[in-house]
Design a protein around this ligand. Structure first.
Ligand code: ZN
Length: 158
């Protein structure tokens, strides 16, 4: 699905729901989005399916322009978005990251699910923080993060 966006009021902030794929075809959509941005905007990535390398370039250019004279934040970043933030600091720019999903796998039954880490709650403030145990909702077994915790949260220390 091509990238689409929708605004929703959230106090003094506007939430911008993004959905679909961020790729080479997203430049036009992002250009349109740029002209409609409010002064305080939080981008929600939960419904973003995937981002390819052209999409990453388009997003970096977009967020650089979007950040000028605006407060930007990211929430519900998918594991793929987090990996971009870790590899390419410009992907985030000056935006604050409020929450991220980490993917977990159950050691007993192999069930996968994403766990949300939120600022002011369970998001670590620094690397090396002991994370709360995550339990499998299918069998109650202990779940493990699919990535190395300190690598996944490297952006926290950036
Ligand atoms: Zn399980």
């Amino acid at each position: 699905m091509a990238l689409v966006f929708q605004f929703e009021a959230s106090g003094e902030w506007q939430r911008c729901w993004l959905a679909g794929v961020i790729n080479e075809d997203s430049e036009v959509t992002l250009g349109t989005l740029l002209t409609q941005l409010p002064p305080k905007v939080v981008f929600n990535f939960r419904r973003v399916d995937s981002i390819n390398s052209c999409g990453v370039r388009a997003w970096i250019s977009f967020i650089r322009q979007a950040s000028a004279g605006r407060e930007c934040a990211y929430e519900e970043c998918t594991p793929e978005v987090v990996s971009q933030i870790n590899m390419i600091p410009n992907f985030r720019g000056s935006a604050r990251v409020l929450s991220v999903y980490a993917s977990y796998t159950c050691g007993q039954c192999n069930h996968h699910r994403n766990e949300l880490f939120q600022e002011g709650s369970n998001l670590p403030k620094e690397l090396g923080t002991q994370l709360a145990p995550v339990k499998c909702d299918k069998c109650g077994g202990a779940m493990e993060m699919d990535e190395i915790e300190d690598e996944f949260f490297a952006w926290v220390a950036a």
